[in-house]
Write a protein that binds this ligand. Structure first.
Ligand code: SF4
Length: 458
């Protein structure tokens, strides 16, 4: 089987030179950039806000264990069942039991990257449970049989014409359908699913330790129906989603909204504190919170890398990254893409296979400059590279090659003695692989600049 790194190279080549794909991506990221530029003005001092958020997240890392225990205790006090899952198989086991005990046949899901990480839809379908993504972008990619292209805007790679063609193919809608007609269709279609589903599944933007509550943020209102209509609710949350106190959301909600979409604040923000009480008219009668590790502890144990756990999943570093903007989301072959995805993926899947992604960066540092919690992303990419090179089998060969290359480059006279014909030969045979077929060939001059300079008597 072809390695993921080879697939990555082939896909990068294919996508990077697909003009239509780049047009759609540049248009959508351009819209995002405009919105964010405006959104930043909502903050009197955005740098200060980032600094504060970063400090709160540092505190979370410092008190990680205590805060998790505090969250668990308070969530149980609210009437939630709290389960711990170290890997995907643990989550499937818990879900399997719930499906059997609640006779679940239909599930509605709120957009959540952790359920993509866990491939929850595939698990449910294998168990003969139909599941529906209820966020419009997620619904579109589910319909297309794809994974989310971007952690905030899953269908970013599709134009409105692509979406209309998809709905024509799947539901025989007019191929010239307008976005509002498609949205209306999806709304009606999903309403019926919300009413019949036995189980709702969400992720969690925040786990609030002080109150044992879940903070959720969304723009379409589908999340509110996911967690308030079905009788049972399962929240699957990464253990790093912690914030210490309820009032921390004053800062994190607008910060996440501005960096995610450029909004002042997202349209719907909810704090869920347990299942419906006897005095409440709606809400689930059973609420299960699954605290999922999935390699986060591996990150936590690496002192150079643990700051990556501060991530809010706002997607800003993806939109800023010149590599992401050219090769797009699918090329990464991971749930989390862009700079943050490149850093964490090798820890999360446990196989270290995705380490090569750390080399897919220009290290320009724009990602670091946009991160709302001040994660030094470009430094982490570099640090990961160092770790990978140190443990690589090829390190001896590379050292030998580069030390000789350095010696050669440092001795101009030796280099000049090599006939340019041979240099050109080397470039068109071995060097072409590195130089790439799309560039003009690199042709060495008959005589070096240094020799010409000398001959002219300067
Ligand atoms: S690393 Fe920072 S910029 Fe990137 S998704 Fe996470 S919070 Fe957002």
């Amino acid at each position: 089987m072809e390695s993921k790194s080879k697939i990555f190279q082939a896909k990068s080549e294919e996508v990077g030179f697909n003009r239509e794909h780049r047009r759609i991506l540049n248009y959508n990221i351009g819209q995002y950039d405009k919105a964010v530029e405006k959104g930043m003005h909502f903050f009197r001092d955005i740098e200060n806000a980032r600094e504060q958020a970063s400090k709160i997240k540092d505190f979370v890392l410092q008190e990680f264990e205590q805060l998790l225990i505090r969250f668990e205790k308070n969530a149980r006090g609210n009437g939630c069942e709290v389960e711990w899952a170290s890997e995907a198989a643990d989550v499937y086991k818990i879900l399997g039991k719930i499906i059997a005990s609640e006779d679940v046949r239909t599930v509605v899901k709120m957009k959540s990257m952790i359920s993509e990480e866990l491939e929850i839809n595939q698990f449910l379908n294998k168990n003969k449970v139909e599941s529906f993504e209820t966020d419009l972008g997620e619904f579109i990619v589910q319909l297309a049989g794809e994974k989310p292209y971007h952690i905030v805007t899953p269908a970013m790679h599709k134009s409105k014409e692509d979406v209309a063609a998809l709905f024509h193919q799947k539901y025989n809608m007019d191929p010239a359908s307008k976005p509002e007609e498609i949205t209306g269709f999806v709304r009606d279609f999903l309403r019926e699913k919300f009413m019949s589903a036995q189980l709702g599944i969400t992720g969690a933007n925040f786990l609030i330790a002080e109150t044992g509550s879940i903070g959720l943020t969304e723009n379409e209102g589908n999340g509110m129906m996911t967690f308030s209509w079905p009788k049972t609710l399962v929240v699957i949350a990464g253990i790093e989603r912690l914030v210490p106190e309820l009032t921390d959301l004053d800062l994190f909600w607008p910060l996440l909204a501005v960096h995610g979409t450029g909004q002042h604040v997202t349209a719907y923000n909810t704090i869920l504190s347990g299942p419906a009480k006897s005095t409440e008219g709606d809400g689930p009668s059973r609420m299960v919170v699954i605290l999922f590790d999935g390699g986060r502890t591996r990150l936590f144990q690496d002192l150079d890398m643990l700051v990556a756990l501060k991530c809010l999943r706002c997607g800003a570093c993806l939109n800023a990254c010149p590599v992401y903007k050219n090769i797009g989301g699918f090329t990464y072959q991971t749930t989390y893409t862009g700079p943050i995805g490149s850093i964490i993926s090798r820890y999360m899947d446990g196989t270290q296979d995705m380490g090569f992604l750390n080399f897919a960066s220009s290290l320009c540092g724009k990602c670091t400059g946009t991160c709302p919690v001040k994660i030094p992303l470009h430094k982490l990419l570099l640090e990961n590279r160092r770790k990978i090179v140190e443990t690589s089998d090829s390190v001896g060969v590379e050292r030998f090659f580069f030390s000789n290359y350095k010696k050669l480059m440092m001795r101009r006279r030796k280099l000049e003695r090599i006939n340019p014909k041979w240099k050109n030969k080397a470039m068109t045979t071995v060097g072409i692989k590195v130089w790439g077929p799309r560039r003009d060939p690199l042709v060495f001059a008959k005589e070096s600049f240094h020799l010409t300079w000398k001959k002219k008597g300067f």
